[in-house]
Design a protein around this ligand. Structure first.
Ligand code: ATP
Ligand code: MG
Length: 648
């Protein structure tokens, strides 16, 4: 961004109060904000008591060597015990922990008692393979229960897991195995994607040939497809885990014992190994899952549609929900297999009450049409969540109306791999919701928006999102690279965590996320957010999805170029393009009118579903494309380039 702060163009007047019954019975009320404001550390010390500690912490935060934080440092606990055993001990062994739904339609449900046996067996198996406390284990798996079991087994014996998303290449896996020095890899023959088995083991074989520090590969049989086998190195999960005892006594580890390393998706630059530790991480994931989703473990059926390979899967499929004793759905496949109503069929089948998904999925459902969810009974739903990108107000409204029967609150949760857990979000029983805004830092969290000189912007102003106080689930460092940790997050603004996202405050002081700072456009001396222009485009009835970039322009510095996906029924025409330009002009003002608008069939997205604007910028500026390896589908770029007329 330039010195000029971000223009504040979008005005959203719609408001949605919490449903009265939800507000009356909410887990968390407005008082939590007051309590945390009066005594932030006392508030977190109280939340830490949600966990079962082998040794209760007496210390809350040690910030004597900032920004290297220690939370609950003299406490000791076992994370897997907290996620599994204690629920069985409390008499909830028969409660379902995971309803697994395979893509081909196979399903199985695991109770907490069964999960305890499986995690204990897997822990014993890892010990037999020589894994010790403090070691790292790489996990490269499809979305099946064994993935969560593997992660919990690592946590149980004090080994840090490094989950690598199953869609990543052998090279990406090899780099991550080497960076973390993992000696054991847990994988499967494959998983089901888009109606057919998709292999994983060959990528592991290739990665392990490069990363020769790996001693053992533990392989779950999921699809039954043929696999190459090394007798010295490879072992089947059903053989090794299957013959272990279901007894394993969990050892207590220090609160700052490493729990996992997770490499950020690499939307920008070389992946960073984000390190999370135990006590603070579990405290904040459990608290936020309880507060933001209003989880009632006895009656709710929760479903987070993320992949376990992303932080959302770590914090809101594995650790938060299981620490809270939730019953959840885990789905292996894609939303359009075998038909575009698959998600809604699953909601109906299990009576899902809380759904957590991403804007990219919501916009895809919008594009497919309202009639698809309308065919299913979605009346069990009571809270809807969003994460991953800013949600366009129109997508938010669509979600509430078509999935939530115009009744359920929508919580837009802002956070990152680095923050470990949710940071900014409405509370469903408290907040009067504004479509498109994450609104307010959660109780115990301090966030604000600053300008270039680190001054807090007034209400109505825009700039950079920063976190001003340490939080329990914060990253502790970048694995093996403290200097990069300091440079990336703590050097831009003295004493504050720089999130890398643009944001603004509205007249009430609520926070709106405006996309990555690197994506902000500079048009005739004004900083304009890609998010606001995209949201204006999506608010037109013909547009399902939009990606906006600033392309170099002789007269205005940058000119706005928009790529749009039209809704099912809309037809592409000159007239429509003019109409869209005028619609943006009328919504945001003339400065934000795109110079060019190109209807396209698909947009380039990362494997976690985020729009990759830098590639579109390359196209708009007629440049050679940059690195496309993290794209879901690189042929998308060929289609877009073919559409682009020569620059006017
Ligand atoms: P990399 O850091 O490697 O480029 P990434 O930032 O996409 O990858 P994540 O940590 O999964 O990896 O994503 C966090 C980012 O996603 C945030 O910094 C923000 O840009 C965006 N984001 C997540 N949730 C929201 C939200 N509710 N509103 C706006 N933006 C969001
Ligand atoms: Mg990031």
């Amino acid at each position: 961004m330039s010195n000029e702060s971000l223009a504040n163009l979008l005005k959203e007047e719609r408001r949605f109060a919490p449903p009265a019954d939800l507000a009356a019975n909410a887990n968390v009320t407005a008082e939590a904000y007051e309590q945390a404001k009066a005594d932030r550390l006392g508030f977190w010390a109280e939340q830490a008591r949600r966990l079962t500690w082998a040794k209760e912490p007496t210390e809350t935060l040690d910030w004597s060597n900032p920004p290297f934080a220690k939370w609950f440092a003299d406490g000791e606990l076992n994370v897997a015990y907290n996620c599994v055993d204690r629920h069985v001990e409390a008499g909830h062994g028969d409660r379902v922990a995971i309803h697994f739904e395979g893509e081909p339609g196979d399903s199985r449900s695991l109770t907490y008692a069964e999960l305890k046996d499986e995690v204990s067996r897997a822990a014993n198996a890892l010990l037999e393979l020589g894994v010790q406390k403090g070691d790292r284990v790489a996990v490269y798996m499809p979305m099946i229960p064994e993935t969560a079991i593997a992660m919990l087994a690592c946590a149980r014996i004090g080994a840090a897991h490094s989950v690598v998303f199953g869609g990543f290449s052998a090279d990406a896996l090899a780099t991550r195995i080497q960076d973390a020095d993992a000696r054991v890899v847990i994988t499967s023959d494959g998983g089901y994607r888009r109606g057919k088995p998709s292999a994983l083991k060959p990528a592991v074989d290739e990665a392990v040939a490069k990363a020769d520090n790996v001693e053992h590969v533990l392989v779950v049989r999921r699809t039954g497809q043929d696999v190459a086998w090394s007798d010295e190195r490879d072992v089947w999960w059903h053989d090794l885990v299957g013959r272990q005892s279901a007894e394993h006594t969990p050892e207590a580890f220090g609160a700052e014992h490493p729990l996992f390393i997770l490499y950020t998706s690499g939307t920008t630059g070389k992946p960073k190994g984000i390190l999370h530790t135990s006590g603070g991480y579990l405290t904040q994931t459990a608290y936020t899952h309880h507060a933001v989703f209003d989880l009632k473990p006895e009656t709710d059926v929760y479903w987070c549609t993320a992949d376990v390979g992303w932080v959302t899967g770590h914090s809101y499929i594995v650790y938060g929900p299981l620490a809270n004793g939730a019953t959840q759905v885990m789905y292996e496949g894609t939303p359009d297999t075998p038909h575009q109503g698959r998600f809604w069929e699953i909601v109906q089948k299990y009576g899902v009450t809380i759904l957590y998904t991403a804007p990219t999925a919501i916009r895809t459902f919008m594009k497919w049409g309202d009639d698809i969810p309308a065919k299913f009974d979605l009346s069990s739903l009571r809270v809807l969540g969003s994460v991953g990108e800013p949600i366009n107000p129109e997508a938010w409204i669509w979600y509430r109306k078509n999935i939530g029967a115009d009744r359920t609150p929508v919580v837009d949760t802002w956070w990152q791999t680095e923050t470990g857990a949710m940071m900014i979000s409405p509370l469903p029983g408290v907040t009067e919701a504004k479509p498109g805004s994450a609104q307010r830092p959660l109780p115990g969290i301090s966030a604000t928006v600053v300008d270039d000189e680190a001054n807090e912007v007034p209400n109505g102003g825009g700039g950079y999102l920063v976190l001003t106080e340490p939080w329990p689930s914060m990253l502790r460092t970048i694995w093996g690279d403290d200097q990069r940790f300091l440079d990336t997050y703590w050097s831009r603004f003295e004493g504050k965590y720089f999130a890398g996202d643009g944001a603004k405050k509205d007249d009430d002081g609520d926070i709106w996320l405006l996309g990555r700072v690197d994506d902000v456009m500079l048009v005739s001396g004004h900083n304009i957010s890609t998010t606001e222009v995209e949201s204006a485009l999506v608010s037109h009835p013909s547009v399902a999805e939009a990606a906006v970039v600033g392309a170099a322009d002789e007269t205005t510095g940058q000119a706005i170029v928009a790529f749009v996906i039209l809704r099912g029924s809309a037809a592409e025409s000159e007239g429509l393009v003019d109409e869209l330009r005028n619609h943006v002009g009328a919504t945001l003002g003339p400065i934000a009118k795109p110079k060019r608008i190109l209807p396209v069939a698909e947009l380039p997205k990362t494997r976690s579903g985020k729009i990759m604007r830098r590639l579109l910028r390359d196209v708009a500026e007629n440049r050679q494309l940059g690195d496309v390896t993290t794209l879901t589908d690189s042929t998308v770029m060929d289609l877009i380039q073919a559409k682009l007329p020569a620059a006017p």
